[in-house]
Design a protein around this ligand. Sequence first.
Ligand code: 6PG
Length: 471
Amino acid sequence: GKAHFGLIGLGVMGENLVLNAERNGFSSVVYNRTYAKTEDFLAGRGAGKDIVGAATLEEFVAALERPRRILMMVKAGAPVDATIASISPLLEEGDLLIDGGNSLYTDTERRAAELESKSFGYIGMGVSGGAKGALEGPSMMPGGTKAAYDAIESLVTKMAAQVEDGPCVTYIGPGGAGHFVKTVHNGIEYGIEQILAEAYDLMKRIGGLDGDAMADVLGGWNQTEELASFLVEITEVCLRTKDPESGGDLVELIVDAAGQKGTGLWTVVSALEMGVPVPTIYAALNARVLSSLRSERMAAESVLHGPAPHSFPLGEPATGMAPLRDACILACIASYGQGMALLQEASKLHDYNLDFSAIGQIWKGGCIIRARLLQRIQDAYGANPSLANLMLDPWFAAQVNQRLDGLRQVVAGAALAGIPVPCLSSTLDYIDSYRSGRLPQNLVQAMRDCFGSHTYERTDRPGAFHTEWLD
Ligand code: 6PG
C-alpha cells in the first residue's frame, strides 16, 4: 500500500519526526536531496520500520496515498521556496505541504496564499522541543486553512506531547499564524534563557557559589509552582556538568558569545512594528548581540571602569535565594506576558482569531518553554480572553505585588555592583512603568509641540492644543 505520510529533509528534526509518526502508526516515505543520507537513515535508525526511501521526488510523490501529506523539514528561507518549487509541479489538487521549520511568518503568509490558489493545502507549523521533543512528542503550532488542518489532525494529535488535558497541538489560525506563534514562543525562550544566565552570574559573582551549589539552587526552584520548567531543569544540568579533562565546571570553559537564528529578532521587530512593549524579550535579544562583540568587550574591560567589588543580599542558597528567585519569577512572568500581549495584537492585526488559553495549553508539554506556570496562563486567558496584560489577572497581580521588592533589591544591588542584568532591570522598568498612572511623557509631548507644532492633549479638557513655546 501507499504511505500515509511523507517527509522531505532528513536532518535530526526530520529523522525524529518521521520516527515519531511511524511509531504512532503512520507508514512513511522519506526523501532527502542527497540520497546517501536517505540510505544511511534506512540502514540505521530507520531500519526495520514502516518507512521507505525515495531517490527522486517523482518516486516520493508516487509512494504517497492521496491527499498527500508532506512535511518539509528544511532550513528556513530560500531552501523552503526551492523545495516548494521542485515538488509543487508533481502535486495534485488537495495535496498538502507542511513547513515544520522556523520560517518567518510573512514568508508563510506568501507561500500559503500561492499554494492555496493552486488548490493545494499549505500549513506553516511551528515545532518545538528540540531533537528529543521531535522524537518523543513535541509541541506543534500549525497554521493554515482549517480544512488543511483537519487533514493532518489525526497525525499531529498522535505525534504531539500529551498533557493531562490533551495533546500539545491545536489549530492555531490562518496563514502564518502557526509560525508567528512559534516565533513568539522563541522570543519568550530567549527571555527565560537570559534571565537564568543573569541569575547564574549573580550567584557566581555576588553569592560566590560554584556550579554544584548553583545547580542545587536551581533544583530547588524547579520544585516550585512558579519556576518548575524545562529551562530551569536543563540549567541545573548545565551548571552541574564537569569538564572531563579538568574536572571543573564545564560552563566556565564555554565562550560567552551567544548566536541566534532569527526568531528572537523577528519577535522584537514584530513587537516594535505592532507597538507592543516587549522590553524583557528585547533585552534578551540585545544581550546576545552585545555578547557577540567579544573582542570589543575584552578591549573595553581595561579602558572603562566599574565600581569596586562589593556584595549585596541575594538570599541564602538553603532557602532558595529568595530575592533572586522573586526577581527571576517576575522576569519570567514578564516574558510570557509580553509574548501573549504581542500575540493578542497580531491576532487583531492579521485576523488570526487566536485562542490564548489554548496556546497556553499546547505550551504545557513538549516545547522548550514548557513550565508549570503555563497552567496559570491557560486559566488566566480562559477566564478573560481579552485580558489586557497577564499581570492584571488576579493570581499574577498577587505575584507581582508579593515579589516586586525582591526584584527591586536585586536590580539595585546589581546596578551598584556594576553587574549587568538587562532582563531583570528591563522587567523592573516595565512593571514600574506599567503600574504608573502618570508617566513623564507629558514633557516629551511638550517638546514635540515646542519644536514641531505636533500638538498635545490636555488632562483637564478635550481637544488638540498648540502653544507658541519659544515666544
Ligand atoms: C524549539 C527551539 C528551536 C531552536 C531555536 C533556537 O522550540 O525547539 O526554539 O526551534 O532551538 O530556533 O533558536 P536560536 O538558535 O535563535 O537560539
